[in-house]
Design a protein around this ligand. Structure first.
Ligand SMILES: [Zn+2]
Ligand SMILES: [Zn+2]
Length: 276
């Protein structure tokens, strides 16, 4: 393994997290990580589904920070523990996201589309009455709208997350079908010094790929994009750094030499090494 930072990690401070912060750190130490960035979920106005508790993805930032600071006391000489957030973005909640993101001294902010115009693409109703391609297009268009309206983030998370959940997932999905919208998003990120997240969670959702897919990562590189963070999106300890070796190799083949670690919202670059 040649990437020593996992920049996308959840604990039980996220409603869908299954490992405590302590367990995640223990696992990170056993893997030899030098940085771990916790990026707990916050999604304002998340649509309510049957069985969901109220305020399911609203984060208690103060409790989360308190726990993180106690872990820094305990483990700070062995691993750098970073204070991040995965902020669910949607055009309707720009103001709330601006307030939250400015209210705390986060090290790192991932902007992610978990909800598209009020609907979660995880659920079938997002695809009802239209083709998969139309649904995917709406998702990418809403991301373009997001980057244009909300700017207080560092990287865009799992850019083609929608293909994890469409009726045929990524079997009929091609970057080329959405190239004009995706290129506009990538150019916007590059022009505004934002990075692209390479999220390995897709491997666990049956798509056999990172999010975004390799063609989008290649295109970002081709357009001049240089800032990438790599995250497992682990919600339990066993998935920390999942697929990092294969991802490291893929990124090197595309032409990337460095990955970024954010601290106090500033990127620091580390070499993608291949251990042969
Ligand atoms: Zn996410
Ligand atoms: Zn996540």
């Amino acid at each position: 393994m040649a990437i020593y930072a996992d920049m996308h990690v959840h604990t039980t401070f996220s409603s869908d997290g299954k490992g405590s912060m302590e367990e995640m750190i223990q696992k990170a130490l056993s893997l030899g990580l030098r940085h771990i960035c916790f990026t707990e979920h916050n999604d304002f106005d998340y649509p309510r589904h049957a069985g969901d508790p109220e305020n399911i993805f609203l984060l208690n930032v103060d409790s989360y920070l308190y726990e993180l600071l106690t872990k820094r006391e305990k483990y700070g000489d062995r691993i750098k523990i970073l204070f991040g957030i995965e902020l669910g973005v949607d055009p309707a909640i720009v103001q709330k996201n601006n307030e939250l993101s400015h209210a705390h001294d986060f090290d790192f902010i991932i902007a992610s589309s978990h909800v598209c115009h009020g609907k979660d693409p995880y659920y079938p109703d997002f695809y009802e009455g239209r083709s998969e391609k139309e649904a995917y297009r709406e998702y990418f268009e809403s991301e373009l709208e997001n980057v244009q309206k909300f700017s207080n983030f560092d990287v865009y998370g799992h850019l083609d997350y929608v293909v994890r959940y469409g009726p045929t997932q990524n079997q009929n999905y091609h970057y080329a079908d959405y190239a004009e919208i995706i290129d506009e998003i990538l150019l916007f990120l590059i022009k505004n010094d934002k990075g692209l997240e390479v999220n390995t969670g897709g491997f666990r959702c049956g798509i056999g790929s990172t999010n975004p897919c390799i063609d989008i990562i290649k295109r970002y590189h081709e357009l001049g994009g240089k800032v990438i963070t790599i995250g497992s999106d682990a919600h339990e300890p066993k998935y920390l750094t999942d697929q990092f070796s294969a991802t490291c190799q893929m990124l090197q083949e595309i032409g990337f030499k460095y990955y970024a670690v954010y601290e106090k919202r500033q990127p620091e670059y580390f070499k993608l090494d291949t251990l042969l």
